[in-house]
Design a protein around this ligand. Sequence first.
Ligand code: FEO
Length: 389
Amino acid sequence: MSQRFIRDRVHAVGVNHWNRRLFDSLIPLPDGTSYNAYLVRGSEKTVLLDSVDPLLADEFFANLTGVEKLDYVVAHHVEQDHSGAIPEVLRRWPQAVLLCSPKAKSMLVDHLSIDEARIRTMADGETLSLGDKTLHFIHTPWVHWPETMSTWLPEDKVLFSCDFFGSHLATTDLYATDEWRVHEAARRYFAEIMMPFRLQIRKNLEKIQGLPIDIIGPSHGPVYGRPAFIVDAYRDWASETCKNQCVIPYVSMHGSTEVMVHHLVEALTLRGVTAMPFDLSVADIGKLAESLVDAATVILGSCAVLVGPHPAVANAAMITNALRPKLRFAGVIGSYGWSTKMVEHLAGSLGNLKVELLDPVLARGYPKQKDFEALDRLATVIAEKHAAL
Ligand code: FEO
């Protein structure tokens, strides 16, 4: 993409990864992603902010053609999609000093075998002059690892936030001009990467509040020319306010559990609760994660497999537990053949969540009238509990 103008002597030099479809060998990327890096040329010093995934290093270094002098490289975050090409940057520009947070230093040595003599750590709030431009470092931990930091460029009112505010979206649009599209991608990204760290995100939002910021340059997805768009969205997502929504990840082998899920969806809908079923045999796990950003309740629907839950539902429970959404209520419904321990198994997988467990509804074989009535009662309980929030 070469060097794209943001401000006078502030350029985006990252790359799009159009055909990447999986991140961390886990997260589906329906729209690819980008690895953003930025080049800032002060009157005296030049700095590179982050690098790219080593898979696309050739394109990245082509973008840096003509950069003869590089004084500093900033590693906002050690994860390799941003730091992976830094060892080669340091080899090509042997005078460059690598700047990072104190916590990042040993991680850069351990993950990338970088010579620690090349590294200088920057304290929270510390500044570094580039001449007529200044780097102002702001520690923003847990977005998405504990060592992450951001850099504010006060003269140009630009915040380089790394994963914070990012979106997995490959696009030729430098700016988030299609805000609806970016909103969905950023929300999905928040769900997959940021959601467990809501308290810390709220603290990070407080740290940048009041700073004059006209532009936010994240490390994935387009740049924000209207920062309030993404900052306000983050305030909402990172809050502890739940919405009147019930997420129902489920699997059915012979249709019994699916009939129960359909009945529950109908019963919830009649009671004014937004129901979001996900058939895990075909569902996009990223969509499931996104649905958990605001939901008040999750109901896991499973058929029994050798007495326990279906492995896909066990996996969904494990993912839900790891993402620590702001859920308040959880439950299990499903069908079994002769006996089951799936409630114990699934409830035991949700230990990270501060949820009230609702009474399960389990049918032996195909659900009967009493099972449908139990699902109706469950829907009533969910609606009443949501109303009381
Ligand atoms: Fe985009 Fe946590 O790396």
